[in-house]
Design a protein around this ligand. Sequence first.
Ligand code: ADP
Length: 253
Amino acid sequence: MALQIADLSKRYSTGTEALRGVSLEIEAGEFFGLLGPNGAGKSTLIHCTTGLARPTAGTIRVFGHDAVEDGSEARLAVGLAPQDVNLDWFLTAAETLDYHAGYFGMPRRERRERTKELLDVFSLTAKKDESTRTLSGGMKRRLILARALMHRPRLLILDEPTAGVDVELRLELWQYVQRINAEGTTILLTTHYLEEAEQLCDRIAFINGGQIVAEGTSHDLAAEFGVASLEDAYLELVGRNELSRARIVDVAQ
Ligand code: ADP
């Protein structure tokens, strides 16, 4: 099992209950989508999984390692491509990858080889010595993905990787991610684009108000709610106001 979350709750010091008894299991090799509107608890779930936030109750296991008790092992197994473009503008593309792997304890020689390999995979070799600041939007996104993969995580978490990204780049990122998944990496994707989830994910969970409200293949979900599509199921659960935001075509314009 790649990710095993049981009865996870998170209450922030402000009193907000961001997660209320979430249980979720993701098999090794799966491409899993977590869908929900803003404020549903997606980022909180990711932060708890990656050790950036401490659960109030419940357990998280990443390939068997407890995210709290055995945090460093759990963190080694996870690569996170965050929603924000959080690159260090004072580093070059190559340094960004090298330093990240150094943080994970990868020896120098292996770091150099892995950096070279990923710069090549993500078509960034020609830009390796340029400051991250000067890269195009698409290159920055690709570098973030490469950085998340540097330490060869078995679980890759993608937090809204295509938010505000144009259609061409979105398709390109999808291709990379599908390839990584085909090569054996488990993927947890959070998105509010239904089309993205429907095309990429083996299974999907809807989260709303800090709770998992439905889970299954997009076909299962549509059948469960007696509707024709994933979009209709989402509408049933999350409401009409959110739907326009969840349509890629609307957002891309
Ligand atoms: P999502 O990623 O689905 O948009 P979040 O996990 O960011 O949802 O947020 C879930 C809820 O927790 C929201 O009500 C949000 O305002 C609140 N929240 C998120 N982070 C914090 C924080 N650091 N401190 C207090 N409240 C937070």
